[in-house]
Design a protein around this ligand. Structure first.
Ligand code: ZN
Ligand code: MN
Length: 152
């Protein structure tokens, strides 16, 4: 056992509170949007509440929240988006602008049941829809939008 050091203990306690507060702020941001933002957007939002927070801290906490199953990470190629809604639902991703939307499609239990006929126990599945959003479809040349998004 370490000798009791009230000063050290207080520091650790303050650290713990700071980490908790940062993590809670990140979770709040993600649970209050349906935009499926990236880490930079989350960082901008959290910074408005906690001005001295760093991008690295936000990344670390997003990882912890993912490990704890409190947020979901959606990976589209090299894009990484975050979802504070961990209920089972499907997504629609725009190949033009990168927008990610929730899809009003019922969860398809029967897909898992069909796969279970292969002898697997299915605990989850993922189904992604890709295409072009209304805005990108209205654009004369959606590929130009794609090229622009890629060069960001
Ligand atoms: Zn789009
Ligand atoms: Mn979602």
């Amino acid at each position: 056992m370490q000798p009791c050091d009230p000063e050290l203990e207080q520091t650790l306690h303050a650290d713990g509170l700071r980490i908790t507060r940062q993590r809670q702020a990140i979770l709040d941001v993600l649970q209050s949007t349906v935009a499926h933002p990236d880490a930079a957007w989350v960082y901008d939002q959290v910074r408005q509440q906690i001005p001295n927070v760093s991008l690295g801290t936000v990344y670390r906490n997003l990882q912890v929240l993912e490990d704890q199953g409190l947020v979901r990470v959606l990976r589209y190629g090299r894009f990484r988006r975050y979802d504070g809604n961990i209920s089972r639902h499907y997504h629609l991703a725009c190949l033009g602008c990168g927008a990610v939307c929730d899809l009003g499609l019922d969860w398809q239990d029967r897909l898992g049941q069909q796969v279970e006929q292969e002898g697997y126990e299915v605990t989850d599945h993922r189904l992604e829809f890709y295409g072009y959003c209304l805005q990108c479809r209205a654009c004369d040349d959606p590929l130009a939008v794609t090229a622009r998004a890629d060069s960001d």
